[in-house]
Structure formats: structure tokens, C-alpha cells
Design a protein around this ligand. Structure first.
Ligand code: 5GP
Ligand code: MG
Ligand code: MG
Length: 190
């Protein structure tokens, strides 16, 4: 049963994969662990826009320690549903990461290229430590090796939307994670 707060106007959602309550519960568990791990520092929590915005808000609110938040917009996709491998910075951080304990919040790790690039970049900029929280992970699609310390859910190799994740900028406001009907993006990719 599809539990959506928005109407699937174009009838493009196939099925719900992870409910809102399951997502929030998982994020709260990760936040509790991260709060313990970072209790002796003030971590700089970096949200990879736009997809991780929902996760970031939920995660930061569930943390029980002081954190600083910053945002970065990266693009790894062309028009379709697979990573192009070329990372573009659309909007950079507003703060210096030098000497900081950085925790990246990302919506999904697919090929791993985006996070590999970002971890390397933050290390180059002099971060003291860099760890990752990825809400979703598609293990079958991994091309590049990246160490994800905080993991949400492993999902099958299907294109998902909701809770921040988009297709063609839509469905970010869906409050759960859902699988789009393949016919929606088939043909748009090639
Ligand atoms: P990677 O560089 O790991 O291949 O791709 C990571 C980025 O691709 C994610 O941050 C996300 O923006 C996008 N992405 C990967 N898989 C999906 C998916 O199933 N649905 C959506 N909406 N975006 C995805
Ligand atoms: Mg992302
Ligand atoms: Mg996207």
C-alpha cells in the first residue's frame, strides 16, 4: 500500500520501498551513534545538495551534540539515471574545512564516484577527518571504493525517488522512498 502525502499526479510511482517512519527511525539511530562518536568535538556536517537535504534536516535535529552545518551542491549526473563520472561543483561550502572533523551526509551511494571525489577534495582542503553517512546504498552498482561509516538502507538496483531524491527535479517532497516506473525514464537516458 502506497502511503504518500502528495498525490502521484502522473501515476509514475510503481511502489513504496521504505516508509517515512522507517526512514526517520533509521536516521535517529545513526544520529545517536554519531552523537556518541563526535561527543568530544563539534563536527562540521556537510549536506550534499539537493538530494540529502531532507536527510540532513532530520539527522541534524536528532543529534544531541553541537554541530555546524554546511551545504555543497554537486552534480554527477547528465540527463538520465546513471552517473556520468564527471563531478561539477554547482555551489561550494561557505566555510573552511581545515582542521575540522567533517561528516558528509549524502542521499545515496551508487557508483561511489561522487563521494570518492568529495572525500578526496575535503582531504585536500585539510580536513582533520572525513566520514560519510549515506541514507541509501546500492551495493550492486558500486564502481569506486569508498568507506561509508554510517549506513542507512541497502536497496536493490532500481531508480528511487522521494525523501529528497528526484527524478527530473520532481518527487523530492515525497515523504517516503519509492520506485519509479521504469517507463518514466526509459528513453530519456540515451
Ligand atoms: P554516484 O556518484 O555514487 O554514482 O551517484 C551518487 C548520486 O547519484 C546521488 O547523490 C544521487 O544524486 C544520484 N543517484 C544515484 N542513484 C539514484 C537513484 O536511484 N535515484 C535518484 N533520484 N538519484 C540517484
Ligand atoms: Mg546526492
Ligand atoms: Mg538527482
Amino acid at each position: 500500500m502506497l502511503a504518500m502525502r502528495i498525490v502521484d499526479v502522473q501515476n509514475q510511482i510503481d511502489h513504496e520501498l521504505i516508509t517515512h517512519d522507517e526512514i526517520v527511525k533509521k536516521i535517529e539511530e545513526v544520529a545517536a551513534q554519531a552523537s556518541e562518536d563526535y561527543k568530544n568535538t563539534v563536527p562540521l556536517v556537510i549536506c550534499v545538495l539537493k538530494g540529502a537535504a531532507n536527510t540532513m534536516t532530520c539527522f541534524a535535529q536528532a543529534m544531541s551534540i553541537n554541530v555546524e552545518l554546511d551545504y555543497m551542491s554537486l552534480s554527477s549526473y547528465g540527463a538520465g539515471t546513471s552517473s556520468s563520472g564527471t563531478i561539477t561543483v554547482r555551489q561550494d561550502l561557505s566555510c573552511d574545512v581545515r582542521g575540522r572533523d567533517v561528516l558528509i551526509v549524502e542521499d545515496i551511494i551508487d557508483s561511489g564516484r561522487t563521494l570518492r571525489w568529495l572525500v578526496d577534495e575535503l582531504n585536500k582542503r585539510g580536513a582533520k577527518s572525513v566520514e560519510i553517512f549515506a541514507l541509501l546504498e546500492k551495493p550492486a552498482r558500486r564502481v569506486v571504493d569508498v568507506d561509508v561509516k554510517y549506513k542507512g538502507f541497502e536497496i536493490p538496483d532500481e531508480f528511487v525517488v522521494g525523501f529528497g531524491l528526484d527524478y527530473d527535479e520532481k518527487y523530492r517532497n515525497l515523504d517516503s522512498i519509492a520506485v519509479l516506473k521504469p517507463q518514466v525514464y526509459e528513453g530519456a537516458e540515451q
